[in-house]
Each structure stands twice: as C-alpha cells, then as structure tokens.
Design a protein around this ligand. Structure first.
Ligand SMILES: NC(=O)c1ccc[n+]([C@@H]2O[C@H](COP(=O)([O-])OP(=O)(O)OC[C@H]3O[C@@H](n4cnc5c(N)ncnc54)[C@H](O)[C@@H]3O)[C@@H](O)[C@H]2O)c1
Length: 241
C-alpha cells in the first residue's frame, strides 16, 4: 500500500541516503515532491536527488555541503539523521577501542554535528522536522553490540532533550528505533546471526527499508504536529517498551 504525501516545495537532507534505509527514505521523499539532498560519506549516483560527499563526523564537510544547499534553496524543512555504522558483532571485552570510538562518532556525534549546523537554518523559518535514526539496541541494550547500543541510547536521549529545547517553534524532533531491517548493515553479520535475529522476532522476518521509510515520511509531514521527543518502534513486535 502506498500513502501519498505532498512535500512539494520542501527541502530535505538525508544523511547516509545512498543505501539501505536512507535510500528508501530519499526515494519516497522524492516521489512525494521534495527536493532531496543526500549527505553520504560514500555517495552513489542517483538521478533523482543531489548527492554530496559528507562524512557526518567532519564539521567542515557538513559546513561545505550546507552552504551549497542553503545557496540553492534558502531553507531546510526536513533533516533525517540516518547515517550509521554498526561495527563488529563482538563481546565488549574483545572490542578494539578504535572501533567503539568510530561507532559513537558516526552514530551519535555525527547526529550532533549535523543537527548543530542545520538547526539554526530551520530556526530562521521557525518550522521543520528532524527524524533521528536510533535502534532497538538503544532501548534494550543488545549483547555483542554494546557500543552501538550505547550510541543509539544516546540518540534517543538527545532526541528527547532537543525536542524540548525547540518546542517554542514548529520544529518537531522524533526518533525511529528499528529492529533488524534487511540492509547491508545487517546482512554483513552473516546468515547465522541474521537467522537468530529473525528467530527473536514475533513477526519472524526482517523489516524492509521501505517500511521504515514510510514511518519516517509520516514524521516529516506537516500533519505530524503533536509528536515530538518520541521514539517510534519499528521492530516487528520485538520491543517490549
Ligand atoms: N538495518 C538495520 O537493521 C538497522 C536497525 C536499526 C537501526 N538502523 C539504523 O538505520 C540507519 C541506516 O542503516 P542501514 O541499515 O540503511 O545501513 P547501510 O549500511 O545500508 O547504510 C548506511 C549508509 O550510511 C553511510 N555512512 C556510513 N558512515 C557515514 C558517515 N560517517 N558519514 C556519512 N554517511 C555515512 C553509508 O555510506 C551508507 O550509505 C543507521 O543509523 C542504522 O544504525 C539500522
């Protein structure tokens, strides 16, 4: 089933939009009329969107890309902080500290860096939608994903805090917390781990990137006006709270 939105005249930035969930979000936003800019560290050609090479951990990359977007459109209506890095599926004691720095850097600090630069542009119009991609791991704390779980919990708390700081505006800040979704990020873990994840799911399957995108689009639309600081489950029934 397809839900129709009208994002004509809206400018959207989707980080990590070259693959997986971000790509599905970008595609659905474009189909609904938005002007979509993808910020990805490893962009892929996409005829429907404008792609910029942005590592979300690098303030200068963000500043350069943002300058181009603002010069072209003058406004930013939608920010989807989706770029992410899972890291190895490994017990904490075996973890290389450089890896947990990277996991926290891309997922959590990257969300800070991008939001810190984009929010002032949104504030000028007093309206906008920010959707941060968290994870079931951030709600439950998943073994073998300790650093990723911690980063995701940080994204959830950041969403709640920021939503309250901007509640005097029409800027809404929400978080989506998916369980396992069928993208490279999960497939990289191998069939055995993926089968375990499917076994732990009440719906007994992985989610599709398009299903996550459908929720993100709802949170980006003007009608989603009374949701802010919320965390939306997308776990096929696995999340317990
Ligand atoms: N797939 C899942 O099961 C799942 C579950 C929960 C949450 N998530 C979250 O959803 C988001 C998207 O995940 P996905 O499954 O589509 O992953 P993916 O690996 O398919 O795509 C991630 C994209 O982010 C980009 N990226 C990585 N590091 C970056 C950086 N430093 N700067 C800019 N771009 C960068 C990659 O190039 C890639 O295009 C992530 O935040 C992830 O943590 C995914």
């Amino acid at each position: 089933m397809t839900v129709t939105y009208d994002f004509a005249g809206k400018t959207a930035i989707v980080t990590g939009g070259s693959r997986g969930i971000g790509r599905a979000v970008a595609t659905q936003l474009v189909r609904s009329g938005a002007d979509v800019w993808i910020w990805d560290a490893d962009p892929t050609p996409n005829d429907e969107t404008r792609s910029q090479t942005v590592d979300v951990t690098k303030a200068q990359d963000i500043s350069n890309a943002l300058g181009e977007v603002v010069a072209s459109t003058g406004q930013i209506d939608i920010l989807v902080n989706n770029a992410g890095y899972l890291g190895p599926y490994l017990g904490f004691e075996a973890f290389d500290p450089a890896e947990w720095q990277r996991i926290i850097g891309v997922n959590l600090v990257g969300t800070f860096e991008v939001t810190h630069q984009v929010l002032p542009v949104m504030r000028k119009t007093g309206r906008g939608r920010i959707v941060n991609m968290g994870s079931l791991a951030g709600k439950e704390g998943l073994p073998n994903l300790a650093a990723y779980s911690a980063a995701s919990a940080g994204i959830i708390a950041f969403t709640k805090a920021l939503s309250r700081e901007v509640c005097d505006t029409d800027i809404r800040v929400n978080c989506v917390a998916p369980g396992p979704i069928d993208t490279n990020l999960i497939r990289r873990l191998g069939n055995e781990v993926v089968s375990e994840m499917i076994g732990a799911s009440p719906l007994k399957r992985l989610g599709a990137a398009e299903e996550v995108a459908a929720l993100v689009l709802w949170l980006c639309c003007d009608a989603s006006s009374f949701n802010t600081g919320a965390v939306f489950d997308m776990s096929g029934g696995r999340a317990r709270h």
